[in-house]
Design a protein around this ligand. Structure first.
Ligand SMILES: NC(=O)c1ccc[n+]([C@@H]2O[C@H](COP(=O)([O-])OP(=O)(O)OC[C@H]3O[C@@H](n4cnc5c(N)ncnc54)[C@H](O)[C@@H]3O)[C@@H](O)[C@H]2O)c1
Ligand SMILES: O=C(O)C[C@H](O)C(=O)O
Length: 322
């Protein structure tokens, strides 16, 4: 059986890590694309040369032309710039919006049947713009953030309780920004919700609040440590989970920036919610009933994303006609 072709648009820190993980997991052949000449070619060759050591079979190519995307089954988009200490993800909007317009046109021309995962920040607005620019069906274009934010939350919780990360589930919804919504009520250790664990004396409400806060600031914590860029190992692993669910029709329930057309009371916007990802793309939006503080926080987060989408519409009004 022919291997699936996976195109990585952007071959920087996340692009390189994605390419390596795809080989290690034998998910398919990899095309690395970037505007920087030599970078995708060099990384592709380097990773290909690791394949005999690690024992995986995958074909790697690097390219600076969109033709290389031809017939890709999955496209993962990291093209653009990351933030530096002191910046917010939103500061990247105008520069990365231009990149999404170019990338969207390339996908439209060469990979119109692909499942597209956008990673570029500010995530919820960029995936909205990428869908508009590519014209692909909404269920075939998603944004990666919720898996990452939920994974950070899971890791901090597992560390707090001194239990395996495998036994911790968590969902972080809303926009991928300061207003994201870690859902305490729906996060568990071995099925036991966090509020029950507080009652059981496993932790205090104050500690839980600190962990929620650290999760919300998880991206900035790493940016401040690295100083020259942002997180890439966990973001790449998170996007691979989404790509794998699509390619292997696993139908995993993963928090993703998905197009909402009335669900959660939101229309014509991408926001982080749990979705089922299978061979048809986003096969179902899981609509959790949000009440009280969770509803308020979610609505506030949606408002923040709406502000960014409105800014995109102002900068690139022609996107609306597509
Ligand atoms: N959604 C998330 O959870 C999440 C997590 C981490 C990073 N990010 C975002 O992902 C993006 C990439 O991060 P990174 O660490 O890989 O950055 P990076 O700078 O290492 O890589 C970005 C690459 O994009 C390339 N590029 C720039 N303009 C391009 C264009 N027009 N066409 C093709 N390629 C282009 C650059 O040459 C560079 O190689 C950033 O915007 C960052 O903020 C998002
Ligand atoms: O924080 C960033 O700028 C990168 C990314 O969105 C993250 O959460 O790690």
């Amino acid at each position: 059986m022919a291997r699936d072709k996976i195109a990585l648009i952007g071959s920087g820190q996340i692009g390189g890590t994605l390419a390596h993980l795809i080989g290690l997991k034998e998910l398919g052949d990899v095309v690395m694309f970037d505007i920087a000449e030599g970078v995708p070619q060099g990384k592709a060759l380097d990773i290909a040369q690791s394949s005999p050591v690690d024992g995986f079979d995958a074909h790697y190519t690097g390219a600076n032309s969109y033709e290389a995307l031809d017939n890709a089954k999955v496209c993962i988009v990291t093209a653009g710039v990351p933030r530096k200490p002191g910046m917010s993800r939103d500061d990247l909007l105008s520069i990365n919006l231009k990149v999404m317009e170019q990338v969207g046109a390339g996908i439209k021309k060469y990979a119109p049947d692909a499942f597209v995962i956008c990673i570029t920040n500010p995530l919820d607005a960029m995936v909205w713009a990428l869908q508009k620019a590519s014209g692909l069906p909404h269920k075939k274009v998603v944004g990666m953030a919720g898996v990452l934010d939920s994974s950070r939350f899971r890791y901090f919780l597992a560390d707090e309780f001194n239990v395996s990360v495998e036994d911790v589930t968590a969902f972080v919804l809303g926009g991928h920004g300061d207003t994201m919504v870690p859902l305490v009520k729906y996060s568990t250790v071995a099925g036991i919700p966090l509020p029950d664990l507080v009652k059981m004396g496993w932790t205090s409400q104050a500690r839980l609040d600190e962990i929620v806060d650290r999760t919300r600031n998880g991206g900035a914590e790493i940016v401040n440590l690295l100083k020259t860029g942002s997180a890439f190992y966990a973001p790449a692993a998170s996007a691979i989970a989404m790509a794998e669910s699509y390619l292997r029709d696993k139908k995993r329930v993963l928090a993703s920036a998905a197009y909402l057309n009335g669900e959660y009371g939101v229309k014509d916007m991408y926001v982080g919610v749990p979705v089922v990802i299978g061979s048809k793309g986003v096969e179902r939006v899981v609509e959790i009933e949000l009440v009280g503080k969770d509803r308020e926080a979610f609505d506030k987060s949606v408002g923040a994303v709406q502000g960014l989408v409105d800014a995109c519409k102002k900068i690139a009004p022609d996107l609306l006609g597509r």
